[in-house]
Design a binder for this molecule. Structure first.
Ligand code: ADP
Length: 487
């Protein structure tokens, strides 16, 4: 690993729960370890919460909802702008904290996670005073009918470890703009950046109880939040198996649910594509964020006539991809988030070696830390497990295809439907794929582009509802219809 140009790791400033505007330990006094994935060292011990802590946080959020939901939209907007400014002011520290705790490269946290987090807060700050209903033209002139968009209430937000700050922003932004209060449970692997944002939210002046953060594990703290009778909505990002558990657990209290789940997204390269650009797109598609991306282009469909030429270029690019110390500004791929995730990826690689042909990678990288080499499998069939199951690592399955019909039947042959991409210079092929693939986002001659204004979410097992854009505002509002007898 390079050390000469290495940036310094930040210090951890907060490890407690944020409840009712105050930092506090868990009621049991228990803590859990949080790791630096690039060294496997423990970097913090964070409050481990259970149902008793969730109870207090939900009560604080309920109390705060009474006033927060009635604040003027401009006031909410100003606070969101202020928080965005504070995040921007502390962006270097937050980027380093995210790199320290997640293992992703500092170049990515600096150039992607932080700018997107800040722009998401600003985007929803702009929405706060633009959320309104309609006047409804009913049949009888005896009534004046209008709709109001009201906040849903107390929102439990459960986020994953792959983009800790950005997932927080996608959930906080629309919820707060619309006047909801929040109990956030960060992923147990990566709570540190959320806790720092909690400190900044207090500094910005958010009233006590509007934003609460409860740390802990999914099966205890997360489950308590999902089952709590005084939580109105759960917004969850994670695995579909967890979403199934959450759906069942939330059914007793009929909570509103929105889910952003996994994927096995088809990234399609036609022979007429600019192959160098397509190789770059395949690299971004699968190796960005160590492949720990729900919309990763993990099924790479390449038209047969360009297959060998494309693979030669792609293999060379993967082999020159710099893996290592995430604090080195030149590093392009850092560590996988946890030992569990690292072992899961390596076991999928073992399986892949039995099913298909591993042409590069296929083993750990670096001497210590949870690093995996960029790995390419060729001769993959779409029905193989490595092509159907989400690996969530730097592992791609290359599948050749004959023509559009062959491609489409395979591309849609998955339980998932989060994203897809197509590389071609033929606009008809681009439209054909964009309109026939069952996925929530389609990229044409690009991959992994994001913007807070652009809705994001999935078909099928990839989710319910959309994050970002106006759609997310809909997720955090109830429509109330008012009938006035004017007679
Ligand atoms: P992973 O296994 O990769 O951590 P999960 O879907 O399990 O992905 O985790 C995403 C988030 O969901 C985390 O914050 C985790 O703590 C939480 N979680 C896991 N299980 C549950 C559950 N049964 N109820 C509520 N939240 C959960």
């Amino acid at each position: 690993m390079t050390t000469a140009t290495t940036l310094a790791a930040p210090s951890v400033t907060q490890t407690q729960n944020l409840i009712g505007g105050k930092w506090q330990p868990s009621k049991s006094g228990k803590t859990f370890n949080v790791y630096n994935p690039s060294t496997t060292e423990v970097i913090a011990q964070v409050a481990e919460s259970d149902a008793a802590d969730v109870d207090v946080a939900v009560a604080a959020a309920r109390k705060a909802f009474q006033t927060w939901s009635k604040t003027s939209p401009r006031e909410r907007s100003a606070l969101l702008y202020k928080l965005a400014d504070l995040i921007e002011k502390n962006a270097e520290e937050l980027a380093a904290l995210e790199t320290l705790n997640n293992g992703k490269p500092i170049a990515e946290t600096t150039n992607a996670d932080l700018p997107l987090t800040i722009s998401t807060f600003r985007y929803y700050a702009g929405w706060a005073d633009k959320i309104y209903g309609d006047i409804v033209p009913v049949a009888s002139n005896d009534f004046f009918v209008y709709t109001r968009k009201e906040a849903v209430g107390v929102c439990g937000q459960i986020i994953p470890w792959n983009f800790p700050l950005l997932m927080l922003a996608w959930k906080f932004g629309p919820a707060l703009a619309a006047g909801n209060t929040i109990v956030l449970k960060p992923a147990e692997q990566t709570p540190l950046s959320a806790l720092r944002v909690g400190e900044l939210a207090l500094e910005a002046g958010f009233p006590p109880g509007v934003i609460n953060i409860v740390n802990g594990f999914g099966e205890s703290a997360g489950d308590a939040l999902v089952k709590h009778p005084d939580v109105d909505k759960i917004a969850f990002t994670g695995h579909y198996e967890t979403a199934q558990i959450i759906m069942a657990a939330a059914s007793k209290t009929l909570k509103r649910l929105t889910f952003e789940l996994g994927g096995k997204s088809p990234n399609v390269v036609y022979a007429d594509a600019d192959l160098d650009l397509a190789v770059q797109g395949a690299m971004t598609g699968i190796f960005f964020n160590q492949g720990e991306v729900c919309c990763a282009g993990s099924r790479l469909f390449v038209e047969q006539s360009a297959h060998d030429q494309f693979i030669e270029k792609f293999k060379a690019a993967a082999e020159s991809h710099k893996v290592g110390n995430p604090f080195d500004p030149d590093t392009r791929q850092g560590a996988q988030v946890s030992e569990e995730q690292y072992n899961k990826i390596l076991s999928y690689i073992d399986l892949g070696k039995q099913e298909a042909n591993c042409i590069t990678g296929g083993e750990p990288a670096c001497d210590n830390g949870w690093f995996v080499k960029p790995t390419i499998f060729t001769d993959v069939r779409n029905d193989m497990r490595i092509a159907q199951e989400e690996i969530f690592g730097p592992v791609v399955s290359v599948i050749p295809f004959k023509d559009h019909d062959d491609l489409l039947s395979q591309a849609n042959e998955t339980v998932y439907g989060l994203a897809a991409a197509v590389w071609t210079q033929d606009i008809k092929k681009a439209f054909k794929l964009a309109h026939s693939v069952r996925a929530g986002t389609v990229w044409v001659n690009c991959y992994n582009t994001f913007d807070p204004a652009a809705p994001f979410g999935g078909y099928k097992f990839s989710g319910h509802g959309r994050e970002c854009g106006r759609d997310a505002i809909d997720n955090y509002t109830e429509t109330k219809t008012v009938w006035m007898n004017t007679n």
